[in-house]
Design a protein. Structure first.
Lengths: 312, 475
């Protein structure tokens, strides 16, 4: 299923993008494919926004597969800082080396007449300890240092703080990061950057300016059917259609949490395991908890079961 | 293709969508990357580079259809070119009767696809189109474009060609075949010109409509716009909300980690001989940025209160630390209501809160007292207290000292009054008594004024309500 070496090359057209993502079992609509293609072609980061579970993260994974690149993932959360996203000095290792090299150090400073002179001598050598050897690369630095081009996924950027977002700007516009002790490190190969956001927080204009923008929304019933068929090949055509149509109606009920595409896939899979070949009220009641995760939502769906399955 | 895209960018900016120069450059790059043959792909490329906020989508789509109308194969108005039939070659002396400009034009026409034709017309008509201003000018502008392309007097030229061919001894059928072919091509050109002119006129008209709308919207009293919460309205409120993003009190987080805490580091590393393996950092006290909004929902406020509540709802939607209260003579917190319900429901609830003496007469003094009794802890030195009200308390005691108390507790005390500044203090309005205690007081009768008031709220350096700095925002 993964793209062989034949497929691993730059994308040359929108059609090819669609095909190669399809080979990764990711069905993409044309608009989104245009953005994905442009992201690779123009070497610009993409900011993907949309409700939870419409396949934002999957897009990055599929893109990595389609391009035959490694996926480097940075999961954002409140309080994420440079040390966890970019690099950290391996403090313990530095300390260990100084301990092990004590003799060598003593040699260096041994015949120094004054303390000042000893400090001077160590100072000349201190870049030994602040070199890439002691740098612990975190996802961002890994993506930039990588010899082979990668796909960098910065997931749920809206969960990170505004300061971190500002810090990202350098990475996104120049594909470079600045480590004070080492200077600016420019990417050896330009990564394809995908940022995803659930709009928990409004992203800054500066970030938006540097990115292409893609808004992913829930697919229509027809596309959802195709997606279910693509991901769960065992499911019958008729059942996939029913699941997709029911999902579309569920999303219109005014639930607290809208069921996502991954939940339709899980649902279809469960129905196949239960040998259901059509959506009966019993089968739905048994499996509905796979789709709806809140008690109130479940109750509302059960109350409307009849109209959900049979809109006429 | 650069010209039309840049025109489109200008139109987006005029409609209030923020597009920076690098984004415009990206749009050109993206358009070059995908080509312009497929309209949907082209639109997706522009969308990815120019449309960065979902909320501008409607504007984008509308302007896109105005700027890049489908003069491709999909358009019914422009006939697709018939395949050029194999005709008897024209003798040179007959061909020359057409004249050089028309010859060049016909060559282009025969080779051009519909899209190329549309681009050709747009290019030739740039100046003429710019002067297009009214519906009546369409014919004239169209003619001048045709002339500049060399198609003026084309019919007469075709007649001359036919006569010359007949004189050369051609048969009628052959003459007619040539004549029909060239006439069809010219008709295709005319249809394209009509389409392009029409499209430009629609655009001019749409821009005018938008300007008119913005102007009227800005001037209309808040009460009249509040009734229909249309998409446009939401857009405007959303824009106001975006302005508030830069308010320091509303910025979400401060730095989490402070400087190195030597004492705690020392203690934590005692067991390894005080070699600092584990570093400890000082913690910053978390700032709790807050806005506390108090909205008068009494009868005298009826005309504007829906709009103001709508505004507060959006405000709370955007920022987690906003608490909303409504009052008549009693005060009630509606933060929860706003958080849990859709905007219409939330506003309806806020306007008729359960267990609330709604029909009692407005009493600002008592409302302030109740507020201080029940919710005093909501106001901290970090808080902006925002009061939305007309200060009309039915001649009940104003008790400005209580307001001063609220002002002292908060960082800033801001009053938005939906009445004209001139009537402040007239009749039962106690505004003049409250004024000295406000850090800022603004008249917000129209959207434009609300925007100005928010602007000054954002740009003004954080003046302290308890300091002597008590000037009043004048507009």
């Amino acid at each position: 299923m993964t793209g062989g070496p034949l497929l691993a090359g730059p994308l040359t057209s929108v059609e090819e993008t669609i095909e190669r993502l399809d080979a990764q079992r990711y069905l993409i609509d044309r608009d989104a494919a245009v953005v994905a293609y442009l992201a690779v072609r123009l070497e610009k980061p993409v900011l993907v926004e949309g409700p939870a579970g419409v396949g934002k993260t999957e897009l990055a994974k599929a893109l990595a597969g389609a391009l035959g690149r490694e996926l480097v993932r940075l999961q954002c959360y409140e309080g994420l800082d440079e040390a966890k996203a970019l690099y950290e000095w391996e403090y313990a290792k530095q300390l260990l080396y100084t301990q092990l090299l004590r003799d060598k150090l003593a040699e260096t400073v041994g015949d120094a007449a004054t303390l000042r002179e000893a400090v001077e001598r160590v100072a000349v050598q201190d870049d030994v300890f602040f070199s890439e050897r002691f740098l612990l690369p975190r996802p961002l630095l890994r993506a930039i240092l990588s010899e082979a081009p990668v796909v960098l996924l910065i997931d749920e950027i809206d969960k990170a703080d505004a300061e971190f977002e500002a810090f990202l700007l350098e990475v996104l516009s120049d594909f470079a990061v600045t480590v004070p002790e080492l200077g600016t490190i420019v990417a050896r190969t330009k990564p394809v950057v995908v940022l995803t956001s659930n709009a928990a927080r409004e992203m800054s204009d500066a970030l938006r300016r540097r990115c292409l923008h893609l808004h992913l929304d829930f697919p229509d019933a027809e596309r959802e059917r195709a997606i279910i068929r693509r991901r769960v090949p065992e499911v019958s055509e008729a059942l996939a259609r029913e699941v997709a149509a029911t999902m579309a109606r569920l999303r219109k009920l005014g639930l607290r949490k809208l069921p996502s595409i991954s939940e339709s896939i899980d649902w279809a899979r469960a129905l196949v395991l239960l040998n259901a070949d059509t959506l009966t009220p019993e089968a739905v009641t048994e499996t509905l908890s796979l789709v709806l995760k809140y008690e109130g939502d479940l109750r509302m769906a059960r109350d409307n079961l009849r109209s959900l399955l049979n809109p006429n | 293709m650069e010209g039309p895209i840049l025109d489109f960018v200008r139109a987006l900016r005029a409609a209030g969508v923020r597009v920076s120069p690098p984004e415009a450059a990206d749009a050109l790059g993206a358009a070059a990357g995908v080509g312009i043959e497929d309209r949907d792909t082209f639109r997706a490329a522009l969308r990815a580079t120019l449309l960065k906020r979902e909320l501008d989508r409607a504007t984008f789509e509308e302007l896109f259809s105005l700027h890049f109308s489908p003069f491709g194969a999909a358009s019914a108005e422009v006939a697709t070119p018939p395949p050029i039939p194999a005709l008897r070659p024209l003798p040179p002396e007959a061909y020359d009767t057409l004249g050089a400009p028309l010859q060049a034009l016909l060559d282009q026409l025969l080779a051009a696809s519909d899209l190329e034709l549309a681009l050709l017309v747009r290019g030739a008509g740039e100046d003429a189109l710019r002067s297009l201003d009214s519906l009546l000018q369409q014919g004239m502008v169209g003619r001048s474009i045709l002339d500049s392309l060399g198609a003026g007097g084309a019919d007469a030229a075709l007649d001359r060609l036919a006569a010359a061919l007949r004189a050369a001894g051609w048969e009628d059928a052959d003459v007619r075949a040539w004549r029909d072919l060239l006439r069809d091509e010219l008709e295709r050109l005319r249809a394209t010109v009509r389409g392009v002119v029409r499209e430009r006129y629609d655009r001019v008209e749409a821009e005018r409509r938008r300007e008119r709308f913005a102007r009227e919207m800005g001037r209309a009293p808040l009460g009249t716009v509040g009734d229909h919460e249309s998409a446009q309205m939401r857009l405007l409120v959303e824009r106001l909300g975006r302005k508030l993003d830069s308010l320091p009190e509303l910025r979400r987080h401060q730095h989490k980690r402070g400087a190195l805490d030597l004492q705690r580091t020392w203690r934590a590393n005692l067991q390894c001989g005080a070699t600092p393996f584990r570093l400890r950092w000082k913690e910053h006290p978390r700032r709790k940025p807050q806005v506390v909004a108090l909205c008068d929902i009494s009868n005298s406020m009826q005309s504007t209160v829906r709009f103001l509540l709508h505004f507060l709802y959006r405000l709370q939607d955007r920022f987690s630390r906003v608490r909303t209260f409504v009052f008549v003579s009693d005060v009630l917190e509606v933060t929860e209501e706003f958080g849990a319900n859709a905007v219409e429901v939330a506003i309806a609830h806020a306007l008729e809160p359960p267990g609330f003496a709604y029909y009692s007469a407005t009493n600002y003094g008592r409302a302030f007292e109740r507020f201080l009794d029940t919710y005093a802890d909501a106001v901290t030195p970090r808080t902006i207290t925002l009061i939305l009200g007309d200060a009309r308390g039915n001649h009940t005691p104003a008790r400005a000292a209580l307001l001063a108390g609220i002002g002292r507790r908060s960082r800033r005390l801001v009053w938005f009054n939906p009445e004209a500044r001139l009537s402040w203090g007239l009749g039962d309005s106690a505004m003049q008594e409250y004024l000295p205690h406000c850090t800022q007081a603004s008249e917000v009768r129209t959207l434009t004024q609300l925007e100005l008031a928010i602007d000054s709220l954002v740009t003004r350096p954080g003046g302290d309500a308890s300091s002597s700095f008590r000037d009043v925002h004048k507009n």
